[in-house]
Design a protein around this ligand. Structure first.
Ligand SMILES: Cc1cc2nc3c(=O)[nH]c(=O)nc-3n(C[C@H](O)[C@H](O)[C@H](O)COP(=O)(O)OP(=O)(O)OC[C@H]3O[C@@H](n4cnc5c(N)ncnc54)[C@H](O)[C@@H]3O)c2cc1C
Length: 581
C-alpha cells in the first residue's frame, strides 16, 4: 500500500540520553503537552512517526476531510493571542487548513526543536530499580525518562481488513487515514470505496466528481446530518473573537465540551407535530447539534425511534432509486454510532456513475488482479479506497511494546478491554500517562478540549510530584477497578452502548466488546479529576514523597468551572444515577 511520501530519517540516534518526559506523538495532544512541560521547566523529547505535526490532520488527507465541530470551537483554548490571531475560512475547516493551524502553533510556540519526526516508538519499558522508562524507537534511539506520555491518538491506527488475496490486486490501494501526501488523481478511473463511515461519507461526494465510476461497498448504512458548511462570516468571526473567553468557558461546562443550542425537553413529551417542527429546524441548522433537538434522544428508545424515522425519511426524500434508498437507510439507533456530518453524500447516489453494493450478508470474498469479489460477482476497479476506520482508542497502544512492573505488557493487561483510572493511567505502569485514554470522555467530547484538560491535569500532577520529590505515581487497583466498573455502568444508561460501533471495538474482528470512552459527560468527569487532585491524588500511590504539601493548582484552575445548570443533559442526569466513584 502506498503510505504517501515519507522523508528518510537522516539523523544520529539518541542513545543514553535522559529526559524528564518522553511524549509519543505530535498531534494536538503531544504538541500541547510539550508546550506545558517546557513552561514548567521539564525537559521533554517528542517522537512522532509522521514527517510533521498535526497527527490526525497530517495523516487524513483524503478528499473532503474536515472537522465536524465548528472550527471556532475545534481549536486550542490555552492562548488568547492564538485565538485572536488565527482566522478560519470556513465554518467546518478542511484538513489542509487544520494542518496549517497545527504548523502555525508549532512555529509560534517554537515546538519543533524538541520533536523528532519520522520516528516511531517501538517499545517502552519501566525499570523498577531506576524508576524510569526506557524508550526505544525504530531509528535506533534508546532514551530514558521519568515520565512516558502517550499522545498516540484515539483514531490513529488505521484498520485495514485482511482481505483475501489483497496482494494480487494490481491497481492502487489506499486507506483514507494514510492518504498520499501528493494527492490522488482519480480522473477517468473506476473507484471502489469500502466502508460507509465518517471518512467515506466525507470523501465519496468529492471523489465522485472525478471518478469515471464509483462503487461503494457497504456493510452497515450510517445516518448523516447535512453540515451546512459555509464560508465563515467575518462579522460572526469578529463577534466570536470578542467573546472568546466566555465561549471557551461555556464549552467547558457542556457535556460534549462544545457549545450549541440544546433543548432538554424530552421528545416523548412533545406532540408529533412539535417534534417534526423541532427536527426540521435542527436539520436546517445542520451538524452534530441536530442530536440536541430533544433531551432524551440517546436515552429512550421510543424517543430515538422518532428521530431515526425522521433521518430515514430525509434519505428517502433525496435518493431517487427506492432500492438504493432502502439500502442506505440504517435500522439501528440514531446517533448510536458516531453521527456523521455530510455535504451532499446521499445526493451522490443519484449520479449515473455511482452505485451501491450491499455486503452486509455477503462480505467481500477476496480481491483479484482487477477488482473486488462479493457474492460471486467481480467488480472491476482501478483504485480501491479503504474507508475502514481505525482500531480505535487502543490500537496505537497495542502497536508499542509497553512493559510495566513484573514484565507485564499493557496489551496483556488490556486483553479483555482497557483498564485505566480516569483514562489517565493504568495500575502496574507507573508514570505512564495517556492523553485521552480509554475511560476518559475522549472521542465523546470535542477532542481538543479533552486534550487540554488532560494535559493540564498531568502537568499539575508532575509539578506537584517535583514539589514533594515524589518519584512515581500509580493508581491503586481498587480505584482503577471501580472506575472501570463506573465507565461500564454509565454506558448502559445510553443507547450508544447498544450497537456494534467502534466505541465498543466492534469494527475490528477479535477485539473485546467494551464501551471504551466515558459517557457521563465532560464536566462530571472534569469535576472528578479535580476532586482527585484536591484530595492529594486520591486513588494514586505517590512513591518517594518527602512532603505532604497540598497539590498546587497551576494549570487546572480554568477547568474548575461550574456545570452549566441550564443544560444538565439527560446524559449527566443518568450518569448521576450511577454514583461517580
Ligand atoms: C478524519 C477525522 C476527523 C476528525 N474530526 C474531529 C472533529 O471534528 N472534532 C473532534 O473533536 N475530533 C475529531 N477527530 C478526532 C481527532 O483525532 C482529534 O480531534 C485530535 O486531532 C486528536 O489529537 P491527538 O494528538 O490526540 O491524536 P492524533 O492526532 O491521532 O495524533 C497522534 C500522533 O501520534 C503518532 N503516533 C502514534 N503512535 C506512535 C508511535 N508508536 N511512535 C511515534 N508516533 C506515534 C501518530 O503518528 C500521530 O501523529 C477526527 C478524527 C479523524 C480521523
Amino acid at each position: 500500500m502506498d503510505h504517501g511520501s515519507k522523508i528518510e530519517c537522516k539523523r544520529d540516534p539518541e542513545v543514553n540520553v535522559a529526559f524528564d518526559a518522553v511524549i509519543v506523538g505530535s498531534g494536538f495532544a503531544g504538541m500541547y503537552m510539550l508546550h506545558r512541560l517546557r513552561g514548567l521547566g521539564f525537559s521533554a523529547r517528542v517522537y512522532e512517526a509522521g514527517g510533521g505535526v498535526g497527527g490526525t490532520w497530517y495523516w487524513n488527507r483524503y478528499p473532503g476531510a474536515r472537522c465536524d465541530i465548528t472550527s471556532m470551537q475545534y481549536s486550542y483554548s490555552f492562548s488568547e493571542e492564538l485565538d485572536q490571531e488565527w482566522s478560519w475560512s470556513e465554518k467546518y475547516s478542511p484538513q489542509p487548513e487544520i494542518l496549517d493551524y497545527a504548523n502555525h502553533v508549532a512555529d509560534r510556540f517554537d515546538l519543533r526543536s524538541d520533536i523528532r519526526f519520522d520516528t516511531r516508538v517501538t517499545a517502552a519499558t519501566f525499570d523498577e530499580d531506576a524508576k524510569h522508562w526506557s524508550i526505544e524507537t525504530d531509528q535506533g534511539d534508546v532514551v530514558s525518562a521519568q515520565f512516558c506520555i502517550m499522545a498516540v491518538g484515539c483514531l490513529s491506527s488505521a484498520n485495514l481488513p485482511p482481505f483475501e488475496d489483497i496482494e494480487k490486486f494490481e491497481g492502487l490501494l489506499y486507506h483514507t487515514g494514510e492518504w498520499p501526501h501528493e494527492g490522488v488523481d482519480l480522473t477517468g478511473l473506476r473507484v471502489g470505496v469500502i466502508g460507509t463511515g465518517s471518512s467515506a461519507i466525507q470523501s465519496i461526494p468529492v471523489m465522485a466528481q472525478q471518478a469515471k465510476t464509483l462503487t461503494v461497498f457497504q456493510r452497515t448504512p450510517n445516518y448523516a446530518v447535512p453540515a451546512r458548511n459555509e464560508k465563515l462570516d467575518p462579522e460572526f468571526e469578529r463577534e466570536t473573537k470578542a467573546g472568546y473567553p466566555e465561549l471557551r468557558e461555556k464549552m467547558r461546562a457542556r457535556p460534549t465540551g462544545f457549545y450549541f443550542d440544546f433543548n432538554i425537553q424530552p421528545a416523548l413529551e412533545a406532540t408529533a407535530e412539535e417534534r417534526e417542527k423541532k427536527y426540521e429546524e435542527a436539520w436546517a441548522r445542520g451538524g452534530l447539534p441536530f442530536l440536541g433537538a430533544f433531551g432524551d434522544l440517546l436515552f429512550e428508545k421510543d424517543a430515538n425511534d422518532t428521530i431515526a424515522e425522521f433521518g430515514r425519511k430525509k434519505i428517502r426524500d433525496v435518493v431517487k432509486d427506492p432500492a438504493t434508498a432502502d439500502l442506505l437507510c440504517p435500522v439501528d439507533v440514531f446517533g448510536c454510532k458516531r453521527l456523521c456530518v455530510d455535504s451532499g453524500y446521499f445526493e451522490t447516489y443519484n449520479l449515473p456513475h455511482v452505485s451501491l453494493v450491499d455486503i452486509s450478508k455477503k462480505p467481500i470474498e477476496r480481491l483479484t488482479e482487477q477488482g473486488i469479489v462479493t457474492d460471486g460477482i467481480e467488480y472491476p476497479v482501478d483504485v480501491i479506497v479503504c474507508a475502514t476506520g481505525f482500531a480505535a482508542m487502543t490500537g496505537s497502544f497495542d502497536n508499542i511494546l509497553i512493559t510495566g512492573r513484573s514484565g507485564l505488557t499493557l496489551t496483556e493487561k488490556w486483553q479483555a478491554g482497557p483498564r485505566t483510572y480516569l483514562g489517565l493511567s493504568s495500575q502496574g505502569f507507573p508514570n505512564l500517562f495517556m492523553i485521552t485514554g480509554p475511560g476518559s470522555p475522549s472521542v465523546l467530547a470535542s477532542m481538543i478540549q479533552a486534550i487540554e484538560q488532560h494535559v493540564d491535569w498531568m502537568a499539575d500532577c508532575m509539578g506537584h510530584m517535583r514539589d514533594i520529590s515524589a518519584q512515581t505515581i500509580e493508581p491503586l487497583v481498587e480505584y482503577e477497578d471501580n472506575w472501570v466498573d463506573h465507565v461500564n455502568e454509565v454506558s448502559k444508561v445510553s443507547l450508544r452502548s447498544t450497537c456494534s460501533s467502534w466505541y465498543v471495538g466492534a469494527n475490528v474482528p477479535g477485539r473485546p466488546r467494551v464501551f471504551m470512552p466515558y459517557i457521563g459527560g465532560f464536566p462530571i468527569y472534569v469535576d472528578k479529576c479535580n476532586d482527585v487532585m484536591t484530595n492529594g491524588f486520591e486513588g494514586f500511590v505517590l512513591d518517594g514523597e518527602k512532603s505532604n504539601a497540598a497539590p498546587r493548582v497551576r494549570l487546572t484552575e480554568k477547568w474548575r468551572v461550574p456545570v452549566d445548570v441550564d443544560i444538565i443533559s439527560p446524559a449527566m442526569i443518568a450518569a448521576r444515577r450511577v454514583p461517580v466513584v
